[in-house]
Design a protein around this ligand. Structure first.
Ligand code: ADP
Ligand code: MG
Length: 684
């Protein structure tokens, strides 16, 4: 007797090889299988009379084969099977290319359903390579709305569909109802069983919509419950209670006043740390909004309360920068600041580690070296990680584990629309820096095409002659990428620029270099030892080169808006008037419209909202790890209304049954367990 956990090998037609092909799609059990949702649907529900079909339409026709299918070999590697098919309304000529077996499968005088694209030339109609099957066949691929699945090698649509049919037939009764009855009623959602049946075998478009809505909701609801539980566990956890203190003492030590947003964010974090519970807070702020200052204030507060802090940066060079900024702010106040990075000599590292262990440092700044096994801390009270999307969730927890439940602040420079932030960072509280420090100059931004090349080069030359430096970013080029217009790699582009500017020093960093070498080139640029730095997006994170006044992005159409905004944030960080030039030869309205948004606004949140709207969340996050299970059917960007509903309902449910221990919530709890087991040990 099969159940949801039965291996797909149990299915008829699935041997070892096909099972492996299914595994490639993430399908191992029958539950996985029935939860493997279609990518799209084709409407093959209606048969059209041949005589009424129009050129270019993709349709189903039901027709009788009027002559014996003939196989002709045109030349080597090209043969075709051709015949005429008729219904009451007309004739269509059908051709199969390189499928000689169709000659034996299709018989004169018999009726079939053909699904394909009609071509009309004068009064002649034809169809090439249509899908075919006998009329009236059960569970066939015509005569209804047909799902289309993403496949892997060794599978085809028909086989996959048959497997899903078998899976549903075997387990329909056992599909767990994850949604509480009251939620289903309130939100008008169909039952699980109906939803699974109709997402794969929709009776009609109405049924399909009901099924989709229910499954999207379910997915978001499960996610929201899981994150709600995580947050619940964390905030319940007691933390180091920081004593009350007056931040003015710190603010007044600065050469400038904090912005209102900086004050607000600092006070929110401080309230967390004084509450007796552990702080888990995300600090989100656009590039240049001054996140470092908030971090410094909190590090200072920790020190005042007798605790040390660790500050983790994603690269050596950023660690160096933060080290010098934070030392500049904190050392004069009497704090002892150290640095620990992989690039330091063994001796230096040993010394820092010894100091950390005996509590001789109040702040250590570093890279992931901070959480290597042989580092131990004395009274670690606060952990701050910068540019968090560069770190995996695991790395963050490794550092947290070093202290006795230290407070955690995560800083991210990727502005994320609120709805999305709720889901992505659902386990964190969020503070937002929505105000730039005064006197910040707008970076003038221009979108141009290749015809501006000469003028652009002239501009680069002029700025460099004035002593400024220039960033040039090229997209990452995948080795085997097939592109209509070839992209220049960073290295190629750097060679060209060297030829154009024989008197300037052109440096290049790209993704295939070792981290150490990258850092060396970056450090040289920072020190003013090169004029132009050509790179792939490796410079995206918050490196500060105050002397850089121009950012040029080549093939700008290849980047997301948020990414371009991040890149632009690399300039305009000093006192010099700064510019960003987006070069794109892409001949598309779409690209023009997107780049125009950047020329019009410097507001990262506005840009990220547009980006999300235009590209969807998949691209938005790229392959970045955000530590959440992938959604199968919900679109985190588009399904915002359902997302909000799901969140409300999840909150209500968790208020009522925080650990989902009630028997009626057992299935939901079990599901959350399965999804998050790989990511966290918070559920037990
Ligand atoms: P980001 O949020 O991108 O990390 P930073 O913390 O690097 O921003 O700050 C950007 C710049 O703004 C720094 O040079 C910093 O000294 C400056 N800055 C930060 N806060 C203020 C402020 N309140 N007034 C003036 N300048 C500030
Ligand atoms: Mg920064």
């Amino acid at each position: 007797m099969a159940d949801l956990q039965t291996n797909v090998r149990y299915l008829k037609g699935i041997g070892e090889k096909k099972a492996l092909a299914l595994n490639k799609l993430g399908v191992f059990t029958l539950y996985d299988l029935v939860s493997y949702f279609p990518r799209k649907y084709e409407d093959r529900s209606e048969y059209r009379p041949i005589g009424l079909t129009l050129n270019g339409e993709t349709v189903c026709i039901c027709a009788m084969i009027a002559d014996t299918p003939r196989l002709t070999r045109i030349r080597r590697g090209l043969d075709l099977v051709r015949f005429k098919a008729v219904d009451d309304s007309g004739v269509v000529e059908i051709t199969y290319f390189n499928q000689p077996y169709t000659k034996d499968n299709l018989h004169r005088g018999e009726s079939y359903v053909f699904f394909g694209k009609i071509e009309v030339h004068g009064s002649r109609r034809s169809m090439a390579n249509p899908v075919y099957e006998r009329e009236g066949v059960e569970n066939g691929v015509t005569g209804r709305i047909v799902p289309v699945y993403r496949l892997s090698a060794g599978l085809n649509q028909r086989l996959l569909l048959q497997c899903i049919r078998q899976g549903l037939d075997a387990c329909q009764e056992q599909l767990p109802e994850l949604l509480p009855e009251s939620v289903r009623q309130r939100c008008q959602l169909v039952q699980a069983r109906y939803a699974y049946e109709n997402i794969h075998f929709p009776a009609d478009f109405g049924a399909l919509e009901l099924a989709r809505r229910r499954l999207i909701f379910e997915e978001l609801f499960v996610l929201a419950c899981a994150l709600g539980m995580l947050r619940g566990e964390r905030t319940k956890e007691s933390g180091l209670p920081f004593a009350p203190l007056d931040l003015e003492e710190f603010w007044s030590s600065l050469p400038f006043s904090p912005t209102g947003a900086q004050r607000r964010a600092t006070e929110q974090a401080l309230a967390d740390m004084q509450s007796g519970a552990v702080m888990n807070r995300l600090l989100q702020g656009d590039v240049g909004s001054g996140k470092t200052l908030v971090a410094a204030a909190l590090i200072w507060a920790a020190w005042k309360c007798g605790y040390a802090s660790a500050f983790m940066a994603p690269t050596e060079i950023l660690a160096d920068q933060h080290f010098s900024t934070l030392t500049g702010m904190l050392a004069p106040l009497g704090m002892r600041v150290g640095k620990l990075t992989g690039a330091m000599s063994a001796k230096e590292k040993r010394q820092i580690k010894a100091e950390l262990e005996k509590g001789a440092l109040d702040l250590v700044i570093g890279t992931h070296a901070l959480f290597s096994a042989d580092v131990s801390y004395h009274k670690l009270g606060l952990v701050i990680t910068d540019e968090q999307h560069r770190f995996g969730v695991d790395q963050r927890s490794a550092l947290i584990a070093k202290g006795h439940k230290p407070h955690v602040l995560v800083m991210s420079a990727t502005p994320i629309p609120r709805t999305l932030a709720l889901i992505i960072y659902g386990d964190l509280d969020v503070s937002i820096l929505d105000e730039l420090p005064p006197g910040r100059q707008k970076v003038d931004t221009f979108a141009v095409d290749g015809s501006y090349r000469e003028r652009l080069n002239g501009f680069i030359g002029k700025l460099c002659a004035e002593g400024r430096q220039v960033f040039v970013v090229c997209p990452m080029v995948e080795e085997n990428e097939d592109l209509p217009s070839p992209l220049k790699s960073a290295e190629e582009h750097a060679r060209e620029l060297s030829a154009v500017f024989p008197n300037l020093r052109v440096a290049c960093v790209h993704g295939r270099m070792k981290a150490k070498d990258k850092d060396a080139v970056m450090a040289a640029f920072l020190a003013g030892e090169s004029d132009i730095l050509v790179s792939t997006t490796v410079i995206e994170v918050g490196v500060d080169v105050p002397n850089a006044a121009l950012m040029v992005v080549e093939n700008a159409e290849r980047f997301g808006l948020s990414q371009l905004h991040q890149l632009r944030g690399r300039v305009g960080r000093g006192q010099h008037k700064s510019y960003c030039v987006l070069v794109s030869d892409a001949d598309s309205e779409d690209v023009r419209a997107r780049l125009k948004i950047l020329c019009q606004t410097n507001d990262g949140f506005k840009i990220s909202e547009e980006d999300l709207r235009l590209r969807g969340p998949g691209d938005f996050f790229g392959s970045r790890q955000h530590g959440l299970p992938e959604t199968h059917i919900a679109d985190l960007g588009a399904d915002t209304q359902l997302l909000q509903k799901a969140q409300q309902e999840a909150q209500l449910l968790l208020e009522d049954d925080p650990n989902l221990t009630r028997p009626e919530n057992a299935a939901l709890r079990e599901r959350i367990h399965q999804l998050f087991l790989a990511n966290t040990d918070s559920f037990n």
